[in-house]
Design a protein around this ligand. Structure first.
Ligand code: NAP
Length: 313
């Protein structure tokens, strides 16, 4: 079968860009699509201090470096959204895919899904405006900036619990705001929260995030009484769930786990659909730049197999 590209990668976050480098360097004609500018979740981080080799770098700086690197080895098509994917067969065997984007159509041999995941938002005034200025969805990434300062963690699930414990542990004065009177988090985390003495504002919903350039406080409403109060804080961490971007995966028949993330073989990044691999946040798990980059590498190297190339080389 004639391909426009041997390999198509969907999603130019850290995982997708890593896959693009390895795919191009394997000699495969590679295309990398992103409906936005390259970077994914990494782009949102004001500073990255845990990606080895970079003691401190801003998200946009790292994304620029990664995109420059990826461009050496692939056609990086930014602001081009993949809308539909059709599975192709030759002699009754899976042979590739036809991708329809908002700009064109392409026939490709192998797909690497790296669409990532997006954090759910509260949708309250101040949240968007103060994002990266005290509002964060990543305590691991941004917690250190608020050491010795006050923060609230919004949410009552495992992520909120774990991240509140993490923030407390690194010296951020942390309180939890939860909309019900019971945490959804596992008992072991609830115990750690109690032991750490982390205060929980029960039946509380954030109505607005205040600030002038940076976060200064949150307006909280009691869901039972309707009473409002303002908490003076320097940071608002939001952990109310994450949604993987799996629309295209579902349309292809890729198996998802109960929590909505894609299932892939951890050694090969292969999904249940022949010629389809996945990497990065769309798989859930640790959701770090380092893990995404590693998974992207594996997916791209493994993608050589259906293209008839030997791996390992
Ligand atoms: P989650 O389990 O869906 O919890 C989200 C929390 O946010 C819930 O407490 C929910 O409240 C609250 N919430 C949702 N929408 C809200 C809104 N609009 N305003 C205020 N609060 C809102 O999400 P998660 O904690 O990110 O975890 C995602 C999945 O990963 C879960 O399956 C979780 O168990 C898993 N996980 C596991 C671990 C682990 O170590 N085992 C660690 C992290 C995550 P309600 O409780 O009222 O619904």
């Amino acid at each position: 079968m004639e391909y426009d590209y041997d390999v198509a990668i969907i999603g130019a976050g850290a995982a997708g860009m890593s896959a693009a480098v390895y795919s191009g360097r394997s000699g495969n004609k590679t295309v990398l699509f992103d409906k936005d500018t390259p970077g994914g979740q990494t782009l949102l981080s004001p500073a990255i201090e845990n990606y080895v080799g970079f003691k401190k770098i801003t998200g946009p700086e790292l994304c620029d470096l990664m995109a420059d690197h990826a461009r050496e080895y692939c056609d990086l098509k930014e602001l081009e959204e993949v809308l539909e994917i059709e599975r192709l067969e030759e002699n009754g065997e899976p042979s590739g895919f036809r991708l329809k984007t908002d700009k064109g159509e392409y026939v490709v041999g192998v797909l690497i899904l790296a669409m990532g995941a997006h954090h759910k938002h509260l949708g309250v005034p101040g949240e968007k405006e103060l994002s990266g200025k005290g509002v964060s969805s990543c305590a691991t990434c941004d917690g250190y900036f608020f050491k010795g300062k006050k923060a609230v963690m919004v949410g009552g699930g495992n992520s909120a619990a774990l991240e509140a414990i993490f923030l407390h542990g690194i010296g951020v004065e942390t309180e939890i705001i939860h909309r019900r009177d019971q945490l959804r988090a596992e008992a072991a985390y609830v115990k750690q929260i109690q032991e750490a003495g982390i205060k929980i504002h029960w039946n509380a919903q954030v109505k607005e995030i205040h600030g002038n350039g940076t976060v200064q406080g949150v307006q909280v409403v009691d869901t039972k009484t309707g009473e409002e109060r303002k908490l003076d804080v320097d940071a608002v961490f939001i952990a109310i769930g994450i949604e993987p971007s799996t629309r295209l995966a579902k349309s292809l028949g890729v198996t998802l786990r109960d929590d909505g993330y894609i299932t892939a073989d951890p050694m090969t990044m292969e999904t249940n659909v022949p010629r389809v691999y996945a990497c990065g946040d769309v798989l859930g798990g640790a959701r770090q730049i380092a893990t995404g980059v590693g998974q992207g590498c594996i997916a791209a190297l493994q993608a050589n197999k259906p293209l008839g190339k030997a791996y390992p080389f």
